[in-house]
Design a protein around this ligand. Structure first.
Ligand code: FAD
Length: 472
């Protein structure tokens, strides 16, 4: 019996070792084949892609499918980060249901078994005349340039805005949001002045587009549901969440039906919607709007995005937000060897003439188009003009509710919430991240949300101000 057990044990250990060897062998086979910059420089056609987000990476992946090693085409992707941020799932980090690294996919993971190169560097300038790009790792020349550098949140020059408002664009912002909400609740917990308590429990969001609306819903969800276990007294103190937008409806660039349904869901949760309202100024304790002053210690800013500086300073035709106007092939009209896509581009659908929305969905679609279009041009052909096909519109509105429009079908409530999670879980391009997210979502549903504060930079001016406010 003992002998049999020992044999079984040996067989199992052998199996594990063989399995490991096979797996290592597979990974070596799959390993990225071009490890050096040399082939890029020596190649017949050098394609330089700036930005490894939705637009840049999808262009690189599609181009990689089009060309083999013998085609004498080399592709170099440059990004300041070594990962791609899957922004649609940032809400689940902000609401304490996922970790920031669950939604960051290493760019090197996309290289396995493919031929494109990656340069981890900052793009500091683009010289269109001499066809070269200045990076923190030196100069890179190109034959074809693809600009996919995204955008960041615009902070207009309003009194106090830059000093007091919080943006929401990165995993660090998502953690700061959680920190801020908890700071305010702790401050409200301490004070015995009812007006001050209410001001600490009032959160204003500037901007009523997709980001502003989802932000308001997540703040409401985290404060009333995520933190309820640790701060049970919150049940008896109404939390105010206010969305202020300049346009006469929320989601002004979306389908009016979706906007109406979203408004109904937000109002049913008790979120206040102030349309036709501009934020005029911010202080440490107030948000001044065109319709009066709101006593509040917190303004989150989600009103518009702007192109990065290196894109804005290009000597070409720009839209109001610094994005580059491109033609129906996503090229800069004066520089036909330069393509721009995603949030950095101002493009129109060649079939309808409508502007293309600044979304991950559009950036991915444009990247797939560009990969094929550039390959067609290199082979001497003429690509089709770019047409945008919207797959759907998903809005997450907090705890087990949302609005989803797919084709002609609009869902609200729990079905929309489920569709939202399923779609983004399937779309995140990493099996590891899918597993991590699913596990964290399930655990947070059973055990509760993350309610600890992760201080990214203790002693920042904002944090200091908060401490001062709490002690005065
Ligand atoms: C909170 C939030 C939620 C969102 N939710 C959704 C959603 O649900 N659905 C949807 O479709 N869209 C959503 N979006 C919009 C979506 O994220 C963008 O439209 C999309 O990321 C644009 O893709 P892109 O390729 O243009 O830019 P990005 O994906 O932002 O990629 C730009 C890349 O360029 C790099 N980069 C920038 N400047 C430099 C530089 N100087 N040097 C080197 N590298 C640089 C960045 O590191 C980044 O990797 C959301 C956005 C936010 C902020």
């Amino acid at each position: 019996m003992r002998k049999r057990m020992a044999l079984l044990g040996l067989a199992a250990a052998g199996g594990v070792l063989l399995g490991r060897k096979w797996w290592q062998h597979r990974r070596e086979e799959e390993a990225h084949v071009s490890q050096s910059e040399e082939s890029y420089h020596q190649s017949g056609t050098r394609i330089l892609i700036l930005g490894a987000g939705f637009g840049g990476l999808s262009t690189a992946l599609k181009l990689d499918q089009q060309f083999g090693p013998s085609d004498n085409v080399s592709i170099l992707v440059v990004d300041r980060n070594n990962d791609m941020l899957f922004t649609p799932l940032l809400w689940t980090v902000a609401s304490g249901r996922a970790d920031p690294d669950n939604i960051l996919i290493p760019i090197r993971a996309f290289q396995r078994g493919r031929h494109f190169h990656v340069l981890h560097a900052e793009v500091v300038g683009i010289d269109l005349e001499n066809k070269r790009v200045h990076t923190s790792a030196g100069m890179r020349s190109y034959d074809i340039l693809v600009i996919a550098l995204g955008s960041h949140t615009t902070m207009p020059h309003l009194p106090g805005l830059e000093e007091y408002a919080f943006p929401f664009h990165t995993p660090a912002d998502a953690l700061e949001l959680r920190n801020r909400l908890i700071d305010c609740i702790e401050a409200a917990h301490r004070t015995s002045d009812p007006e001050e308590k209410q001001a600490f429990l009032t959160f204003v969001v500037g901007g009523a587009g997709d980001t502003g609306v989802e932000l308001a819903a997540i703040i409401h969800d985290y404060v009333t549901s995520g933190l309820a276990r640790e701060y049970p007294w919150l049940v008896n103190h109404p939390v105010r969440v206010i969305v202020a937008g300049r346009a006469d409806r929320i989601l002004p660039t979306s389908n009016p039906g979706i906007a109406q349904k979203t408004r109904q869901v937000l109002e049913s949760e008790g979120i206040e919607i102030h349309t036709g309202t501009s934020v005029k100024a911010v202080t440490a304790t107030t948000v001044e709007t065109s319709h009066g002053t709101i006593p509040s210690h917190t303004l989150f800013w989600a009103a518009g995005t702007t192109a990065p500086h290196v894109v804005k300073e290009l000597p070409v035709h720009h839209a109001h937000n610094g994005a580059v106007f491109v033609d129906q092939y996503l090229r800069i009209p004066t520089h036909p060897d330069v393509y721009v896509l995603g949030d950095s581009a101002w493009a129109y659908d060649s079939a309808t003439g409508n502007p293309i929305p600044a979304t991950a969905q559009a950036a991915l679609h444009q990247g797939n188009y560009l990969g094929k279009a550039i390959a067609t041009v290199i082979r001497g052909g003429q690509p089709e003009p770019y047409e945008f096909k919207m797959l759907g519109h998903l809005v997450l509105l907090g705890r087990q509710t949302g609005v989803a429009r797919i084709g002609d079908v609009t869902l609200t409530g729990l079905p929309a919430w489920v569709v939202w999670h399923l779609v983004y879980l399937l779309r995140i391009p990493s099996m590891t991240k899918r597993l991590q997210l699913t596990l964290n979502w399930v655990l947070s549903a059973i055990l509760g949300r993350e309610t600890g504060q992760i201080r990214l930079q203790t002693g920042t001016p904002l944090h200091q101000k908060m401490l001062e406010l709490q002690t005065t």
